[in-house]
Ligand binder design. Structure first.
Ligand code: SAH
Ligand code: DHB
Ligand code: MG
Length: 222
């Protein structure tokens, strides 16, 4: 099985189940024009996030790692009119593109991009005692995932869902001898979750236009 096959299957599923979506296509094009890296979630993955948010009945969503706001649009579209998405981004240039994309998609009233290192903005959210989030999507610098996950636990409630992107990275996660900081952090994330009585979690491998990768899903226990 090759990348070419995975691309063809993703194109087929996306054509059948998502189709033409002007706001998302405009968001991807604007990110491209601004020279942002092509690392947003794939359309069918974005829709998975959207469906998870709907299934959660999410009113408050937190995202760590905005880029051009592609996944943020999918997530924010699942919110009710009085819902809130807060998405955290370190790069002001990315945040600017994301704000434009969210506004074009008519989501600027529910979605807010906060600029800064996520470690700081997450600490601020905790210090402010904000209302718990129903869903957290962690998709920023991979070496900080253990810290982001710990913060997500402080910012959620029983029944909340925490999703972490990019936990497989071509299979490197199974290599206990790896010295790649993204890999060692992903392994520490799994150690942390394994020892964490407050969540029930699983990790799944995926293939598609994003290559061979995967997600961790952790539900805060009720
Ligand atoms: N979730 C996006 C993709 C995010 S890519 C989507 O699917 O559409 C990862 C993003 O995390 C990049 O924009 C990068 O600038 C940002 N990032 C990297 N390190 C960060 C940090 N320490 N704090 C906040 N954001 C960070
Ligand atoms: C990278 C980051 C991502 O969030 C992703 O989904 C794929 C790749 C990266 O930094 O290479
Ligand atoms: Mg990602």
């Amino acid at each position: 099985m090759t990348q070419q096959t995975w691309d063809a299957v993703d194109a087929y599923f996306t054509d059948r189940l998502i189709g033409h979506d002007p706001e998302l296509e405009a968001a991807a094009a604007a990110a491209d024009r601004a020279g942002l890296p092509h690392i947003a979630v794939a359309p069918n993955q974005g829709k998975l996030l959207h469906l998870l948010a709907l299934t959660q009945g999410a009113r408050r969503i937190l995202e760590v790692g905005t880029l051009g706001g592609y996944s943020a649009i999918w997530l924010a579209r699942a919110l009710p009119a009085d819902g809130r998405l807060i998405t955290l981004e370190i790069d002001p240039r990315h945040a600017e593109v994301a704000r434009g994309n969210l506004a074009r998609a008519g989501l600027d009233a529910v979605a807010e991009v906060r600029i800064g290192p996520a470690a700081d903005t997450l600490a601020e959210l905790v210090a402010d005692g904000v209302e718990p989030f129903d869903l957290v999507f962690i998709d920023a610098d991979k070496q900080s995932n253990p810290e982001y996950f710990a913060r997500a636990l402080e910012l959620t409630r029983p029944g909340s869902l925490i999703v972490v992107d990019n936990v497989v990275r071509g299979g490197a996660v199974a290599d206990a001898a790896s010295t790649d900081p993204a890999v060692t952090a992903t392994r520490r994330l799994h150690d942390l979750i394994a020892a964490e009585p407050r969540v029930s979690a699983t990790s799944v491998q995926t293939v598609g236009t994003k290559g061979y990768d995967g997600f961790t899903l952790a539900r805060v226990r009720t």
